[in-house]
Design a protein around this ligand. Structure first.
Ligand code: S3P
Length: 446
């Protein structure tokens, strides 16, 4: 999306006071993307509450506007989507820009492959480096015609008019994005589409398809549907995003004396691996008032400071905490002893190479980190001050903002503009909880 003239730098200063209070983080990014997509393809209107007003999810909403779907915004975090039905999308007049969103691009590749018209999906510099073969290859087996740039990278040119055939596909790598792209294409395909996963991933597409009235069978690690049914508009309540809550969960665990309450956090079992890992490290996290909201389990999380120690992160937890590794690196750096992360090679193809970025950044802050192909070994204990690079990755920037809270001196983070892709208002919310986070002058103005 549009970049500002001067990169936005942050300075996170160590705090003397505990973090305290009650906060609610913005809506879930994965669910917000899917809500717009399914509501657009439904018959009738859908109201989406708790919609994430982030750049990624707004890019998806804007794309459906280009595809002829009327989406009203009666108030912040609410969308009324006037669905056009499965066959009601119109050919876009221009290229569709997914911004920073891998979820947007991969899911749309599946959906657009089934349309009568051609379309082109593009994105920002980070998204243009992300691998698309993982969706192109199985979609091509279904009959889709998608051309990518050299190396199977975006932009993707999606040819319309293809007749899709259902597929029985075993994913080589656990990926909710690829699974969801195939299920969306499967809505239009002849026969059955069955996706099998090497490890279960977030099942938001499956749950939401069921909520919109599509017959679907799913269990952890497997989802099956047939084409030719209808989606019916419905109300979607988006819970607070666990991945956004994660920064505060670690922050309150690290700062002595802290007690934070995070309201109504989405606790889908395929997202909460970080809670298990942090509890193994000694964290004190309690769940209050567990309830169901819009078909998802949510609870209020109370986090109290607790001394953390290093662990070997259980490999089977990796898919359930795939977006939380940047903040786990920070927890590990502040913990006593050694933390080993393995089996997490997927981190190298996220918004940035998250293994390299976190290892380099922590090393600049004086932490002893050894990178390996699928993870890292972190010797915890002391985080120093210094200046780190985020490579425009939102989660890297927020993770180093947390590191600054407990560092020996301020941590400066270079380009934080992209935090708005997933967490608009992070700086203000963090400061309301007790962070000391400011915009920093450019280095040459110091
Ligand atoms: C997402 C799935 C995950 C995750 C991403 C959001 C989704 O990606 O990392 O932030 O909404 O389906 P993969 O499917 O590539 O693992």
């Amino acid at each position: 999306m549009s970049a500002p003239a001067a990169p936005l730098r942050w300075r996170s200063t160590p705090v003397a006071m505990p973090l305290a209070g009650e906060i609610e983080v913005p809506g879930d990014k994965s669910i917000s993307h899917r809500a717009i997509m399914l509501a657009a393809l439904a018959e009738g209107s859908s109201q989406v509450d708790g919609f994430l007003e982030g750049e990624d999810t707004r890019a998806t909403a804007a794309i459906f506007g280009q595809l002829g779907v009327r989406i009203d915004t009666p108030s912040a975090s609410r969308r009324i989507v006037h669905g056009v039905g499965l066959h009601g999308l119109r050919a876009p007049a221009s290229v569709l820009d997914c911004g920073n969103a891998g979820t947007g691009m991969r899911l749309l590749a599946g959906l657009l492959a089934a349309q009568a018209f051609d379309s082109t999906l593009t994105g920002d510099a980070s998204l243009q480096r992300r691998p698309m073969r993982r969706v192109i290859e199985p979609l091509a087996r279904m009959g889709a015609r998608i051309e990518a740039a050299a190396g199977d990278l975006p932009p993707l040119r999606v040819r319309g008019g293809a007749t899709l055939q259902g597929i029985d596909y075993a994913l080589p790598v656990a990926s909710a994005q690829v699974k969801s792209a195939l299920l969306l294409a499967g809505l239009y395909a002849r026969g059955e589409t069955c996706v099998r996963e090497p490890h279960p991933t977030r099942d938001y597409s499956e749950r939401m398809l069921a909520a919109f009235g599509w017959p679907i069978r799913f269990a952890p690690g497997r989802a099956q549907l047939t084409g030719g049914h209808r989606l019916r508009g419905c109300a979607v309540q988006v819970p607070a995003d666990f991945s956004s809550a994660a920064f505060f969960i670690v922050a309150a665990s690290l700062v002595p004396g802290s007690r934070l309450l995070l309201r109504a956090v989405g606790l889908n079992a395929r997202r909460t691996g970080l809670l298990t890992a942090l509890r193994l490290m000694g964290a004190d996290i309690r769940e209050h008032a567990p309830r169901e909201q819009g078909g998802e389990r949510v609870a209020d999380l109370e986090v109290r400071h607790a001394p953390l120690h290093g662990i070997d992160v259980p490999v089977e937890l990796v898919p359930d905490m795939i977006d939380e590794f940047p903040i786990l690196f920070v927890a590990a750096a502040a913990a006593r002893g050694t933390t080993r992360i393995r089996g997490a090679a997927e981190l190298r193809v996220k918004e940035s190479d998250r293994i390299a970025l976190m290892a380099q950044g922590l090393a600049r802050l004086g932490v002893d980190v050894a990178e390996c192909a699928d993870g890292a070994t972190i010797e915890g204990g002391r985080i120093g001050g210094g200046s780190v690079a985020s490579a425009t990755d939102h989660r890297i920037a927020m993770s180093f903002a947390v590191a600054g809270l407990v560092a020996a001196a301020a941590v400066e983070i270079d380009d934080c503009t992209h935090v708005a892709t997933s967490f608009p208002g992070f700086l203000a919310l963090a400061n309301s909880a007790g962070f000391a986070l400011q915009q920093a002058p450019a280095p040459d103005a110091d």
